[in-house]
Design a protein around this ligand. Structure first.
Ligand code: S3P
Length: 440
């Protein structure tokens, strides 16, 4: 699908974005391991979460729709059934890596694969600790899909020091630890999103958060608990809200309200950075939705200044750098984003994709091994007029659509169907706000 975003006027209106992708994957996976039936409202029904849903179905977990809710009939910790088919997780990095953690605790073999983007992404970061716990892996290359893993119903608990701040690695180890006898601990260089440990604790698992001798954050789980089923309302995804939010900020005269967005502090880095750049973003109607903070975001068109974004910000806004780079193209001065080498192993090489796409749109931008620099136009809009290949990456597709709304000439995104992995209804939502985005 081709999507063209045309220069548009101010955006106005009140919208809600789909449910949080990270929480939706976890709700299905943890609901599957509960002893009883869980009910989820506001589940993201994007392709990524559907892939996790289907994989769980092949592992013997009945999941069904009941009105506007999704009901998961949990089979208990260690209760999955051996699949008689390959588990294809499509584009879903979170789906496949967290599922590996769950499968680790089951004494059967499962073959995992994904789309062209997922098959290029490193899996060794998750498999290494799981192998220490007793998992066996075979594949052409243990770091890449497709591969077959054989779990164990007698996993060894470990203390694992993750070299990367990655919620997917942390969660996979915790989910394996859930099945092991004893205490499994994982530490990371800085705190990544904490939805897994928050949900597990709410379901009755013993979770201990702390710091190790080196001052690194740690999470420990005591294995083999019985998990209580839950009723969950999924907050709006802050990583999806980022696109209408940035589009509104970049158009003088815009005023947009985005309702009930997750405000977990491990996810709000983009809002903090944009506010430092001069963005007018107010939080209203703050509330708590089953242990997760939420608020309405009220966004007004704002003049932005370029800033240096330090590496410490990366975990709390790891998926938001592409759209921040677009915002930076409209700021006064230079924005330097550092410590973001992880962007090279996301759904695409996001550092290269942003540097190339921005340059093609007439913006001065450059990427290094772990940094991205964008020079603002000093009052002159980026020229646009280019075609960008989404490279199977939903966030690249939506970032350049937002750029097109605000550039001097339209931008076309090729391969825009990838947006459906995380943000079904993106085009319609943007149109509702007054944006000129059209398929074709
Ligand atoms: C996610 C963790 C992050 C993020 C991804 C979702 C999660 O990945 O980029 O979109 O739900 O745990 P990493 O763990 O690789 O940083």
């Amino acid at each position: 699908m081709r999507l063209t975003a045309y220069p548009s006027g101010p955006l106005r209106g009140t919208v809600a974005v789909p449910g949080d992708k990270s929480i939706s994957h976890r709700a299905l996976l943890l609901g599957a391991l509960a002893s009883g039936t869980s009910t989820i409202r506001g589940l993201l029904e994007g392709e990524d979460v559907r892939a996790t849903w289907q994989a769980l179905g092949k592992l013997g977990v009945p999941i069904e729709r009941a009105g506007d809710a999704v009901v998961v009939h949990g089979v208990g910790v260690g209760g999955l059934r051996a699949p008689d088919d390959v588990l294809d997780l499509g584009n879903a990095g979170t789906g496949v890596r967290l599922l590996m953690g769950v499968l680790a605790g089951h004494g059967f073999a499962a073959t995992l694969t994904g789309d062209a983007s997922l098959r290029r992404r490193p899996m060794g970061r998750v498999l290494r600790p799981l192998q220490q716990m007793g998992v066996r892996v075979s594949g052409q290359d243990g770091d890449r899909l497709p591969l077959t893993m054989t779990g164990s119903d007698q996993l060894m608990p470990i203390a694992y020091a993750s070299p990367v701040a990655s919620a997917q690695v942390k969660s996979a180890v915790l989910l394996a630890g859930l099945h092991a006898m004893g205490v499994t601990e994982v530490s990371e260089p800085s705190p990544s999103r904490d939805h897994t440990e928050t949900m597990l604790a709410a379901m009755g698992a013993v979770i201990q958060r702390g710091y190790d001798a080196a001052g690194r954050p740690t999470v420990a789980i005591t294995g083999q608990p019985e998990l209580r089923p839950f009723e969950l309302d999924v907050p709006g995804d802050p990583s999806s809200a980022a696109f209408p939010l940035a589009a509104a900020l970049l158009q003088p005269g815009s005023e947009v309200v985005i309702r009930q967005i997750g405000m977990n502090p491990t996810r709000t880095g983009l809002i903090e950075v944009l506010q430092l750049m001069g963005a007018d973003i107010a939080l209203e109607n703050a509330a708590n939705l089953a242990g997760e903070a939420v608020a309405d975001l009220v966004v007004r068109g704002s003049a932005l200044r370029g800033i240096e974004v330090p590496p410490e910000m990366a975990p709390s806004m790891i998926d938001e750098y592409p759209i921040l780079a677009v915002a930076a193209a409209f700021a006064e001065g230079t924005t330097l984003m550092q410590g973001i080498g992880e962007l090279r192993v996301k759904e695409s090489d996001r550092l290269q994709a942003m540097a190339d796409g921005l340059t093609a749109a007439g913006v001065r931008a450059a990427a290094g091994p772990d940094w991205l620099r964008v020079e603002g136009g000093r009052g002159v809009r980026p020229q646009g007029g280019n075609v960008v290949d989404a490279q199977h990456d939903h966030r690249i597709a939506m970032s350049f659509a937002v750029l097109g709304l605000n550039a001097a000439a339209p931008i076309t995104v090729d391969g825009a169907e990838t947006i459906a992995t995380s943000f079904p209804g993106f085009v319609e939502l943007m149109q509702l706000l007054g944006a000129r985005v059209e398929a074709g």
